[in-house]
Design a protein around this ligand. Structure first.
Ligand code: MV4
Length: 669
């Protein structure tokens, strides 16, 4: 390896991921960090780290001069851009070359060729790769689109040529809608990408997103490493990816793989790349776009091929030939990746920020379970960067076993401090159509209500654990108070239920979603008898060594972990989180403020739309206002039935975090 020092021009889990492989290959690593990331994990794992600027990515992770200077100052000879940030910026690849650095990625010309969807489609068509029937020409007048649309047949999909992430996309179902759709798509494309060029395609019904991982070396060899199915997405954000694609047979895989390799060869590709296809219900597939970088979801390919794609990237950048020929590539078993995000499914998947006060992932075993993360307990999820907390990747011999393993592993994730989608992912893993492999890009949209309901389910065992935790905490507090008071035998410090007028019984109240659970506690021997939901169960417990609880509940030995945070108990017993609000008179102040209806901005952003007017009566859940923050749209909805008293901002206004957006009055408590 002639690469001796590698600058990792990224942050978070992918920076950590790249460092891991580089270290194994004996390459020295240099991390870069913004002011917000001084203490970040990716800085800690690298051999050296360089500050590159303030927290906003534009001034640090997207600053080409700052990155080139860090590479020069640290003596790096190569730069790995990771994904996102500058990974598909041809100018950055150029700047690396000019500075004498090897860019771990394709030639700048290949990045440029794939940067425009229209040009990419034209190129693919020319090299015989199937593309969705459509029009992607230079003539942008309404007439050209009308003519093309008549030829293709409705429904059609208008897309931004420079596009991505669904921006500038419009479905058109009838000729009368075309002109208006073109106009609004053009406006959105211009504002999102600074490029108003559009293309139009036949709109495929319930398509699957299947992508092929390709690799090419600088000697002209190119192969593919099979596919990934990334159909489980929400608003164009991938959520779950897997390899192989459910129901894809070897013949179709070979055909798609050959098409992807042809695409790579057509543009003189070098390095790792992904060719995205859209597949319709019949299995027919069409080129969508090519990503000229390593993908977030590359670990599922690594799990089924047994290869390290970052190692391959580094070897190719080093001028080595691919180590395998196409027929030496073996795919084995099934891998699934789930992306854990700091976002709140119950609040329209609003990104959540804050400190990860408690964080535990399932144990990695090098074969069945892998966790790629860039954070550890105590770290902050900030507004500045992507809210992904970790990628949980599982492998097993077949899809059914992998789905079961995914469900189990998700159940073992413990995240407290920021809202997160672990339970929502768990609900997907347990969903019947998902288990049957019946997925397409509208899976989440179709099942959203069911998935949201499933992730909220409570269960008696976790409720019992919450009660045991409260009782153990009280016992510990009483013991501590007793030892401080100098009279450890005072009856005031007894925790076995002895109280004047209490007859050894009491009631705990725990909030469980909209309900309040009452648990009666009677002291019995060295434990308790808990009464709830009509049942009466004996329980005993103690705190274990690592903060967990070991308990005997209704005759069963069980262990769990309970974390108290923000007026809630988070109960983890291996099947995901159950949350219970502590019925504490001191917490009432907060609850009252919530009821009085101050609806404030959860993060800094811009008001996009105000959907109600002052004085309007609304039902619980009615969308009131749309905020754009962290590059996504968030809907602020009515927390209860009530009335909008006042609106404090208008569309276009910038708001700071915590700014009161609307004054709301609930009609009933
Ligand atoms: C499509 C499609 C149907 N037909 N293309 C492109 C970007 C990706 N994030 C979603 N894309 C789609 N491209 C053709 N020819 C369906 C989608 C699609 C989608 C389209 C409109 C509204 C929501 C969607 C959700 C997933 C996929």
């Amino acid at each position: 390896m002639t690469i001796r020092t590698l600058l990792v021009a990224n942050r978070g889990e992918i920076a950590c991921r790249i460092v891991r492989t580089a270290r194994r290959l004996g390459i020295r690593t240099v991390a870069v960090y913004s002011e917000a990331d001084r203490q970040a994990l990716h800085v800690a794992v690298a051999d050296e780290a360089r500050a590159i600027g303030p927290a906003p990515a534009r001034e640090s992770y997207l600053s080409i001069p700052a990155l080139i200077a860090a590479a020069r100052d640290s003596g790096a000879d190569a730069v790995h851009p990771g994904y996102g940030f500058l990974s598909e910026n041809a100018g950055f690849a150029d700047a690396c070359r000019e500075a004498g650095l090897s860019f771990v990625g394709p030639p700048p010309a290949a990045i440029r060729a794939m940067g425009s969807k229209s040009e990419a489609k034209a190129l693919m068509e020319k090299s015989g790769v199937p593309v969705v029937p459509g029009y992607h020409g230079a003539e942008q007048g309404a007439k050209a689109f009308a003519r093309a649309t008549e030829r293709i047949g409705y429904p059609v999909l208008i897309k931004a040529s420079a596009g991505g992430g669904g921006r500038g996309m419009r479905i058109v179902r009838a000729p009368g809608e075309l002109a208006a759709a073109l106009e609004s798509a053009r406006r959105e494309a211009e504002s999102a990408f600074g490029d108003d060029r559009l293309l139009v395609e036949k709109y495929l019904d319930r398509p699957r997103h299947i992508e092929i991982q390709i690799f090419a070396d600088s000697q002209g060899h190119a192969i593919h490493l099979g596919e990934r199915d990334c159909s489980i997405q929400r608003r164009h954000q991938k959520v779950i990816e897997e390899a192989p694609a459910p129901g894809l047979d070897a013949a179709r895989r070979a055909t798609m793989g050959q098409a992807a390799v042809a695409a790579a060869k057509a543009i003189g590709y070098v390095g790792a790349g992904t060719v995205e296809f859209i597949a319709d219900r019949s299995g027919a597939f069409h080129f969508m776009e090519m990503n000229t970088r390593l993908q977030v979801e590359h670990p599922v390919t690594e799990m089924v091929t047994g290869l390290d794609l970052v190692e391959w990237q580094l070897r190719v950048a080093n001028g080595e030939a691919l180590a395998l020929t196409q027929d030496q590539v073996r795919l084995s078993g099934h891998a699934i990746e789930a992306r854990l995000y700091a976002e709140d499914p119950a609040r329209g998947f609003l990104p959540s920020t804050g400190r990860l006060v408690h964080l535990r992932f399932p144990a990695e075993d090098g074969r069945h379970v892998r966790v790629d993360t860039g954070v550890r307990a105590g770290d902050e999820v900030s507004v500045h960067y992507d809210p992904m907390i970790a990628k949980l990747v599982v492998w097993d011999r077949d899809r059914d076993s992998a789905v079961a393993r995914l469900a189990r592993a998700l159940g073992e994730c413990e995240i407290v401090g920021v809202a997160n989608n672990a339970a929502f992912l768990g609900a997907i893993a347990a969903q019947r159509d998902f288990a049957a492999g019946e997925t397409d890009t509208f899976f989440i949209a179709r099942h959203e209500a069911e998935l949201l309901a499933a992730q909220r389910e409570s269960d008696p065992q976790s409720l019992a654990f919450a009660a045991v935790f409260v009782l153990l905490e009280r016992a510990r507090e009483a013991e501590e108070a007793a030892s401080r008071s100098g009279d450890p035998h005072s009856p005031w410090h007894r925790t076995d239920g002895w109280r004047m007028n209490h007859a050894g019984s009491r009631t705990l109240r725990l909030g469980d979603g909209e309900q309040t659970r009452e648990i009666t506690v009677a002291y019995e021997g060295d434990g308790w008898r808990l009464g709830f939901g009509g049942a009466s169960v004996p329980a005993r417990g103690r705190f274990g060594a690592d903060g967990g609880i070991e308990a005997e509940i209704d005759g069963a030995r069980l262990s769990a972990r309970v974390v108290r945070h923000g007026g809630e108990l988070h109960v983890f017993a291996g099947r995901g989180v159950r949350r219970y609000a502590i019925d504490d008179p001191l917490a009432l102040g907060g609850a009252l403020e919530k009821d009085s209806g101050r609806l404030s901005a959860p993060m800094p952003g811009k008001v996009l739309k105000v959907l109600v007017s002052a004085g309007q009566e609304v039902r619980r859940g009615t969308p009131l206002l749309v905020l754009e923050a962290m590059k996504m749209e968030h809907t602020i909805a009515a927390p209860k039935d009530g009335r909008v008293k006042e609106i404090r901002f208008a569309a276009g206004d910038q708001v700071v975090e915590g700014a009161e957006l609307l004054v709301f009055e609930a009609t009933a408590p």
